[in-house]
Design a protein around this ligand. Structure first.
Ligand code: C2E
Ligand code: CA
Ligand code: CA
Length: 709
């Protein structure tokens, strides 16, 4: 089979130029040939001429919408089995249902995760190729039947007499002289594990029950084939079963095809390991069985330490290779080291799965002693820690391990997995990595460390342990400070300054975000007033708003109150929101943003380019500022597509009168590239790290050294 992924042609139909650009870039990077259409009509026309292997289709488009395009594509002869992936709004279940009704193969909801997009496209292409193959093999099967590949038989139970057609015996790889003539002749050729099944079915048939059954047989040459048998009892005049008649068919190819389709649904395409779904389903069965037998089993979750850093510093391809290596090591470990110790019979392998990202899991039957589990975990870690070389880099990996045991910790698969997950998060919090943590009673009440961090944060907010830092925003052409971003820190009494990446998400989760954000808004306004009182003329300050606070009813009043109290004009404040928090509920967002506009407050979109990145919503929400995500700036020198994306964002925002800011500028060369692309306002370590209020005040008085030249 030609590898579908080698030279697949993709067609993107989306009216949003930026989404198209970003998707096309992401997919071209993976080696696909990409064609683009900006409306349904154009898409249908292009479909006729480029003959794509897959179509990515936006739902909402002016003119004929995505649903209609999908329907029409399906009517085309070449469109019957074409994979069509629809791009729908976030959690827009009605669109998703409708997309499937119109024949979509899959959907991806916006905001689009570009990495995921590539995987989904690959997956859809592979499934389509398999389906083609399957259809072909089904045709073959039908032909085979037509020329008589269906065996038939009749069994008279009273005399245990079996009569069968020649084809029937050929299916077993035998002939009349070797086959035998009774019920046992068949059963002895049936795969041992399926014998009971067939025996019972035959027993039922002699008592008047028809059956349809699939079972495996073993041919004289050792080949195992899967058969489908249909049998019906024949009754005599007195209503007794006089015989059983049946047909037999070799369905190995079909079963094999189905097995491969199943493979795609249950296995992770990167590593070939079972995925979360199959882990869960298998664990379901194992737990049931262990429960019946009064036995135990254990679940071991692994989370690779600092994998994000590998991903960031070595790139995704290397990170993928690392994951594949980890998978291979886990598989080898379970096969060659563990299997002999704990699996009961040879067919029972220790189940290893990739749950997603850098998380893996093992299922261990018959082990429950803490010491034995820790011992296995330690040996597993030792395997992982053997140095590896990926793309010229020497790496040493480690992983945190979380353990949970049935029935001690939980009574079903889901809860067992949750326990192991809790245990592994606890292990990760322990610090430098490589920790092993068994699920404990304390965790059952609540994840203990989280609880204490939560309590500490609550106290911290009350006791004034939060600090505001400020990072200058500069105009690189006119070399002056044009604003600053306020970034919160937590001065933890023991841990020192804690970064917001650690506690802002926690605050959101435990409902502390509103008090925390309120403090930030008040503090920034107070600080602005203090600087003014000291004779300074501070620039506008941007405040990050998390989704939870943005939707909080009291927000606008709070801001109004803080401004008034400190006698500050609203144009000294700006609020940064991420794309996803804007998109969560577009109508509510509209209403809230109107409130901001009425008060004269400006809104910036943070981390632009990582989510929806849609022109349509920039327009709809009439946003003031777009902050281009650090990841694009980072590679602007070496990566032509990142430069193209920045250029496109600058061009599009300019036509809409939206200001652009580049985030994470670290080198002079990035500055030159950005200026050349038309982006003049920047923020980043090159100019200044986030600094304390006192230091920033100093900057306001004396200027930034980086701007002095
Ligand atoms: P963000 O809004 O994207 O903030 C920019 C982050 O990038 C800051 O990290 C900043 O220190 C960092 N950064 C700035 N210049 C550079 C650079 O040149 N290179 C690199 N590598 N990084 C740079 P920080 O301060 O740790 O903040 C992390 C995130 O925490 C922020 O991301 C923001 O989403 C959130 N956050 C910070 N303060 C607040 C706050 O007061 N309220 C809320 N709700 N969220 C906040
Ligand atoms: Ca920000
Ligand atoms: Ca940002």
């Amino acid at each position: 089979m030609r590898d579908v992924l080698d030279d697949a042609r993709l067609l993107i139909i989306d009216d949003d130029a930026l989404t198209r650009l970003l998707a096309a870039e992401a997919l071209r990077e993976s080696g696909f040939t990409v064609f683009e259409a900006d409306c349904g009509d154009d898409g249908l026309r292009l479909f006729g001429s480029v003959n794509p292997d897959l179509v990515l289709l936006d739902v909402m488009m002016p003119g004929i919408d995505g649903f209609e395009v999908c329907r029409r594509l399906r009517e085309e002869p070449r469109g019957h089995r074409l994979p069509i992936i629809m791009l729908t709004g976030l959690e827009d279940t009605r669109s998703i249902e409708r997309a499937y009704d119109e024949g979509a193969t899959d959907f991806i909801s916006k905001p689009i995760n570009w990495t995921l997009l590539r995987h989904r496209v690959r997956y859809a292409l592979r499934s389509a190729a398999l389906l083609d193959e399957l259809v072909r093999s089904e045709d073959v099967l039908a032909n085979a039947q037509r020329i008589g590949r269906m065996g038939s038989w009749e069994w008279v139970p009273q005399e245990d007499l079996l009569q069968c057609s020649d084809t029937y015996m050929t299916l077993f790889g035998e002939n009349a002289s070797t086959f035998g003539s009774g019920h046992d002749a068949v059963l002895s050729r049936v795969y041992p594990a399926d014998r009971e099944l067939l025996g019972e079915a035959l027993e039922g048939a002699r008592n008047g029950r028809a059956y349809q059954l699939e079972y495996r047989i073993v041919r004289p040459d050792g080949a195992v084939r899967t058969m489908q048998e249909i049998a019906v009892p024949v009754f005599d005049a007195s209503g007794e079963v006089s015989s059983v008649q049946g047909t037999l068919q070799d369905v190995t190819d079909r079963v094999e095809g189905e097995r491969r389709i199943r493979y795609l649904a249950y296995f992770d395409s990167l590593t070939g390991l079972p995925n979360r779904q199959s882990f869960r389903e298998t664990l379901d069965g194992i737990v049931l069985r262990a429960g019946r037998r009064n036995e135990s089993c254990a679940v071991m979750f692994l989370d690779v330490d600092r994998f994000g850093r590998i991903n960031e510093s070595l790139g995704q391809d290397c990170a993928d290779q690392v994951l594949q290596l980890i998978a291979a090591r886990l598989r080898d470990f379970s096969r060659f080291e563990l299997a002999n110790e704990i699996a009961r019979d040879a067919r029972e392998e220790v189940f290893v799965a990739r749950l997603g990202g850098d998380e893996f899991a093992l299922m261990l039957e018959g082990v429950d002693e803490e010491q034995a589990l820790f011992d296995i975990a330690l040996r597993l870690q030792a395997q992982l820690q053997r140095p590896i070389r990926v793309a010229g880099h020497d790496l040493t990996l480690s992983a945190c391990v979380g353990l949970s045991v049935f029935p001690a910790h939980a009574g079903d698969a889901d809860s067992l997995m949750k326990c192991a997950e809790t245990a592994v998060s606890q292990a990760k919090r322990e610090g430098s990595g490589g920790h092993i943590q068994q699920f404990t009673e304390e965790m059952k009440i609540a994840s203990f460390a989280k609880l204490s961090l939560e309590n500490a944060l609550r106290r911290g907010v009350d006791r004034g342990e939060l600090r505001m830092f400020y990072q200058a925003k500069v105009d690189a052409v006119h070399k002056r400070i044009v604003g600053a971003e306020a970034l919160v820190r937590w001065a933890h009494p023991e841990r020192g300054l804690v970064s917001p990446g650690e506690f802002v998400p926690l605050a959101e989760e435990v409902g502390l975000i509103v008090p925390l954000s309120e403090w930030v808004v008040r503090e920034v306004c107070r600080q602005l007033a203090q600087w003014r009182a000291g004779g300074l003329n501070p620039p506008p300050i941007s405040i990050n708003l998390s989704a939870g606070h943005f939707r909080h009813v009291g927000l606008l009043d709070l801001i109004g109150d803080a401004l008034e109290r400190n006698r500050i004009d609203p144009d000294l404040l700006e609020f940064e929101l991420t794309e996803s928090s804007l998109m969560r509920d577009a109508e509510l967002t509209d209403r809230i943003l109107n409130g901001f506009r009425e008060k004269g407050l400006r809104i910036a979109v943070d981390d632009f380019g990582t989510g929806y990145s849609s022109l349509a919503y920039l327009k709809r929400f009439a946003l003031d500022v777009v902050k281009i995500d650090r990841s694009f700036v980072n590679d602007i020198e070496d990566d032509a597509s990142d430069a193209a994306i920045v250029a496109a964002i600058v061009a599009m925002t300019r036509t809409l009168g939206i200001e652009v800011v580049a985030e994470g500028v670290e080198t002079e060369s990035q500055v030159q590239h950005l200026i050349a692309l038309g982006c003049h306002v920047m923020q980043g370590y090159l100019y200044s790290h986030p600094v304390s209020a006192a230091e920033f005040e100093n900057t306001l008085r004396n200027g930034l050294p980086a701007l002095a030249a």
